[in-house]
Design a protein around this ligand. Structure first.
Ligand SMILES: [Cu+2]
Length: 315
């Protein structure tokens, strides 16, 4: 290798090129997902609990990046400045084995860092996921996951069902504490809308709680985040925050639709979405959904894939 300085230079610059590539990929991915609410990298958080996760993420990431740069900088300095070809033959660097102060330092330092990461994470978890979800919510929605879709039952007694790649939105009012009680009919599912809040699992036989409080009208995307079967990828989520007046109108039309249907059927379609109706299959019976069988395509009929799905309906 001694006779090939270009090779050595290439090897030394490899980590820098990799770092640059990772940074660019991260930025591109954040920009791409940023509009749809499906960016898992630094989702901003439009609900206080989501914002606290964002703050925690920055509070951990920024010191971690600084430490990374410090360590890599020192490492590269040592590798380049004290390289073997610059040292006399049979050179031995100073030996530090058993240096008490150094060893205490590099044990206590990382321990403190990990302790503070754990402490801040625990405080955030206690504040946002244990306490607030059990407070008196303004709106209390029962969310039931099944293979492959969601049923949202509102306090007024109507249910909105969502299945397929063009999901029917979970409509919520702005400025109100919305609690979600999460249940599952079959296997474990995960409810995650990155731009609103952290994720929570839907576990059969055990009720989990989560909540949103969204200040402004808008629409955000999410997905089931537990690999729950062949049609897992079709378990898309849309959350639509609307003004008080629009929320009242939504409730009225949903109740009217339920009354028209005659029976308390869980497949009452709400008005605000209703675009290419996600598969008319009755929700509820896990056997009726795609998957389980040998069919290679679990895609519900009539729904073309659209990563954002926002062009479908905007009323
Ligand atoms: Cu699922």
């Amino acid at each position: 290798m001694r006779g090939q300085p270009w090779l050595r230079r290439a090897l030394i610059s490899l980590p820098l090129v990799a770092l640059l590539g990772m940074t660019l990929a991260t930025a591109a991915s954040a920009a791409e997902g940023g509009g749809s609410g499906l960016s898992p990298i630094v989702p901003k958080g439009n609900s206080p609990n989501g914002r606290h996760i964002y703050d925690l993420y920055l509070g951990i990431s920024i010191p971690a990046i600084l430490i990374f740069l410090l360590v890599e900088g020192l490492l590269l300095t040592v590798i380049i400045r004290f390289r073997r070809s610059r040292q006399p033959k049979d050179y031995q660097p100073p030996q530090w084995h058993g240096h008490r102060l150094l060893e205490i330092g590099w044990t206590a330092g990382p321990l403190l860092i990990v302790f503070f990461i754990g402490l801040f994470s625990f405080i955030t978890l206690q504040r946002d996921y244990t306490a607030a979800a059990s407070d008196n919510p303004d709106v209390d929605i029962h969310v039931v996951g099944h293979q492959y879709g969601w049923d949202y039952t509102y306090p007024e007694g109507f249910t909105v069902s969502s299945e397929g790649l063009q999901p029917t939105p979970l409509v919520i009012p702005t400025g109100k504490l919305v609690r979600l009680r999460l249940d599952s009919k079959d296997v474990i599912h995960g409810f995650w809308v990155p731009d609103l809040a952290g994720k929570a699992d839907l576990v059969p036989g055990y009720q989990n709680l989560m909540w949103f409080k969204v200040d402004r009208p808008g629409e955000w995307r999410g997905e089931c985040t537990e690999l729950c079967g062949q049609g897992h990828y079709t378990m898309q989520i849309r959350v639509k925050a609307v003004s008080d007046a629009d929320y009242e109108a939504f409730k009225r039309t949903s109740l009217e639709a339920k009354a028209k249907a005659g029976a308390p059927s869980p497949s009452t379609a709400p008005s605000p979405s209703a675009a290419p109706s996600p598969s008319a299959a009755p929700s509820g019976s896990p056997g009726a959904s795609p998957g389980a069988g040998a069919s290679p395509s679990p895609r519900p009929s009539g729904t073309g894939y659209s990563p954002t799905g926002q062009g479908a309906s905007s009323s």
